[in-house]
Ligand binder design. Structure first.
Ligand SMILES: Nc1nc2c(c(=O)[nH]1)N[C@H]1C(S)=C(S)[C@@H](COP(=O)(O)O)O[C@H]1N2
Ligand SMILES: [Mo]
Length: 493
C-alpha cells in the first residue's frame, strides 16, 4: 500500500474509531441520542424546504436512515482528509478534527435535550480519532507496512466491537421496550367501520395503523412515559394550565373518523390515511384556559422540539379538533405520537397534527413562525380537493369489456359531492360513491367502464360539497399542497 493510500485508510479508520467512541459514551451515559443522530437532526433542520421536499419525493420514508448514512459517510470522508494531512500538515489535520468535534458539539447543544453527556461523547470522538491516527503512524514508522496493516486490522476490530456493542447496549432500546409495554398495558377496543363505506373489495376505507403513512422530522421517535407526560397551556390565556395523561383519559369522550393527509402528498400519492381517533376536544381545553380576544394562533410544540401553527378558528369552530389518545381503538402507536397527538379535520398535518405534543402557546401568527413555515411552506394549510385512482394500477393489462375503476377522493371538513372519471378524452362520467359518516373523511368511488382494446388512460376528478370542480392545473406540493388530476394508463388486450 502506497503511503497516500495508507494515510487515507488511517484517516477513515480514525474517524470510524471516533464514531465508535461517541456511540460508546452515548450508550454508557444513557444519552437519548448520540452525536451522529444529533448532527443528522441538525442536517434535517437546516435543509431548505424544496430540497427536503425533493428528497422525500425521491426516497420516501427511507429519508431517515439515508440522512444518518450520509452523516456517517461525510464523517469518514472528512476523516480521510485528516489522515491525508496527518504527515506533513499536522496543524490542518488537527484543525479538521477539531472542526468536526465543535460542529458535532453545536449540533448536540441545538437539540432540545442537548447535554453534557453529548459534549463528552463529541470530545471522546475527537480524542479517539487523534489517538488512532498517531497509533497507526507510530506502527508504520517503527516496523513499516506489515505493522500498519496488523495495527489497522486490530483497531478495526476494536471499532466494530465498541460500535456494535454500544448499539446493543444503548438505553434507547431498553427504553423502547419499556414504553412499548406501558403502551400495550393500555386497553384497546375493537373498531368496525360504518356500513357502506367500502365500494370495492380491493380498497380499505379504514387505514390500519401499521399501514398508515408516517411523516415527521424525528430520526428516532420520542419515547414518552404517559405518567410523566404533561401538556402546558400558556401564552395569551387567562389561566395557564397543565394537563396530565390521566386528566385526558378521564375526560376522553370524543371519537371521530378523520382522514389525515400530508401537504407533501403528490397527486396520486399515498401520504394520506383514514382512522378513528379518540380523545378530548381541543376547544374544551382552550375554553378552560380562556383564550384572549386578539389571539389567532395556537403554536404547538412536540417533545422533540418540532413546532406547528394552527388557526385558533379551526380549533374552536365546532369541528372535531382533538387531542387524540387512540387511533383505530388502540393507544396511539409510538411513531404516530404516543401518548398524545393532535388531529384537526380539514388541515394538512404540518399545520395541525402535532405528534408527541407537550406545549401549547396561544399566540398570534404575526408573532411566531412554525417549523415548516420557516422553510417556505404556507402559514395556513387547508386541505385541497384531491382524488386518486387505486384500481386499476399503472401498467395493469385488462381484458376488453366491462371493467372496474375505483379509488378515493377527499376534501376534509367540506366534503365530496361527486366524483367523475373519463377514459382518454371522452366525457366525464359520474362514479358511485361509498357512504361516509361525516365530511371529515375521504370517500370511496367506483365506476364501470367499457375497456376498448388499446392503450387507455383513466383520469379522475372530484367536485367538492361547495360545487367546486377539482382543478386540472398542475401545481407542485410547495408551498401549500399539490393540485392536478390523477390519471393511470393501462393496456386493454
Ligand atoms: N412532532 C411532530 N409532529 C408532526 C410532524 C413532525 O415532524 N413532528 N409532522 C407532521 C406532518 S407534516 C404530518 S403530515 C403528520 C403525519 O402524521 P402521521 O405520521 O401520524 O401520519 O404529522 C404531523 N405531526
Ligand atoms: Mo406533512
Amino acid at each position: 500500500m502506497g503511503s497516500v493510500r495508507r494515510s487515507i485508510v488511517a484517516g477513515v479508520l480514525a474517524a470510524a474509531a471516533g464514531l465508535a467512541a461517541a456511540e460508546g459514551v452515548a450508550a454508557i451515559a444513557n444519552l437519548r441520542e448520540s452525536p451522529v443522530v444529533a448532527v443528522a437532526q441538525g442536517v434535517i433542520r437546516v435543509t431548505p424546504g424544496p430540497i427536503a421536499e425533493a428528497v422525500i419525493g425521491w426516497v420516501g420514508t427511507k429519508d431517515k436512515p439515508l440522512t444518518i448514512a450520509c452523516v456517517v459517510v461525510a464523517v469518514l470522508a472528512i476523516g480521510a482528509l485528516a489522515g491525508r494531512w496527518w504527515d506533513g500538515r499536522r496543524a490542518w489535520s488537527l484543525g479538521v478534527v477539531a472542526a468536526l468535534v465543535v460542529g458535532a458539539g453545536l449540533a448536540v447543544l441545538s437539540r432540545p435535550y442537548g447535554s453534557v453527556g453529548g459534549l463528552l461523547a463529541c470530545a471522546a470522538a475527537g480524542l479517539a480519532t487523534i489517538a488512532t491516527l498517531s497509533t497507526l503512524q507510530k506502527a508504520t514508522e517503527s516496523e513499516g507496512r506489515r505493522s500498519f496493516l496488523r495495527t489497522a486490522l486490530l483497531l478495526g476490530l476494536g471499532v466494530a466491537l465498541v460500535g456494535g456493542g454500544s448499539q446493543a447496549l444503548a438505553s434507547r432500546h431498553r427504553r423502547r421496550r419499556r414504553i412499548e409495554q406501558l403502551r400495550e398495558a393500555i386497553p384497546s377496543t375493537a373498531v368496525t367501520p360504518p356500513p357502506g363505506v367500502d365500494v370495492s373489495e380491493k380498497l380499505s376505507w379504514v387505514t390500519p395503523n401499521r399501514d398508515f403513512y408516517r411523516i415527521d422530522t424525528a430520526l428516532t421517535a420520542p419515547l414518552i412515559d404517559p405518567s410523566k407526560w404533561r401538556l402546558r397551556i400558556h401564552g395569551m390565556v387567562d389561566r395557564e394550565l397543565e394537563i396530565s395523561y390521566d386528566d385526558l383519559v378521564r375526560r376522553a369522550d370524543t371519537t371521530a373518523w378523520v382522514t389525515l393527509c400530508c401537504v407533501s402528498n403528490p397527486v396520486g400519492g399515498d401520504l394520506v390515511g383514514n382512522a378513528l381517533w379518540g380523545g378530548v376536544l381541543m376547544r374544551e381545553l382552550l375554553e378552560e384556559a380562556g383564550v384572549q380576544d386578539d389571539a389567532d394562533a395556537l403554536l404547538s410544540t412536540s417533545e422533540d422540539g418540532w413546532t406547528c401553527g394552527t388557526p385558533l378558528a379551526a380549533l374552536t369552530d365546532g369541528r372535531d379538533a382533538m387531542l387524540a389518545l387512540t387511533m383505530n381503538g388502540e393507544p396511539l402507536p409510538v411513531p404516530h405520537g404516543f401518548p398524545v397527538r393532535q388531529v384537526v379535520p380539514g388541515l394538512y398535518g404540518y399545520v395541525s397534527a402535532t405528534k408527541w405534543v407537550v406545549d401549547w402557546e396561544v399566540t398570534r401568527f404575526a408573532d411566531v413562525e412554525a417549523y415548516w413555515t420557516q422553510r417556505g411552506w404556507s402559514e395556513q394549510g387547508p386541505v385541497k380537493t384531491a382524488s386518486r385512482i387505486d384500481v386499476p394500477e399503472l401498467g395493469d393489462v385488462i381484458a376488453p369489456g366491462r371493467a372496474v375503476a375505483a379509488g378515493v377522493a377527499w376534501r376534509q371538513h367540506v366534503g365530496i359531492e361527486r366524483v367523475e372519471v373519463r377514459v382518454d378524452d371522452g366525457p366525464w362520467q359520474e362514479a358511485t360513491l361509498g357512504r361516509v359518516p361525516s365530511d371529515d373523511t375521504w370517500v370511496q368511488w367506483r365506476i364501470e367502464w367499457d375497456a376498448v382494446p388499446g392503450q387507455r388512460r383513466l383520469t379522475v376528478r372530484a367536485v367538492d360539497a361547495e360545487g367546486t370542480v377539482q382543478t386540472a392545473a398542475k401545481q407542485a406540493v410547495l408551498p401549500d399542497g399539490a393540485t392536478g388530476h390523477d390519471s393511470v394508463s393501462v393496456l386493454v388486450r
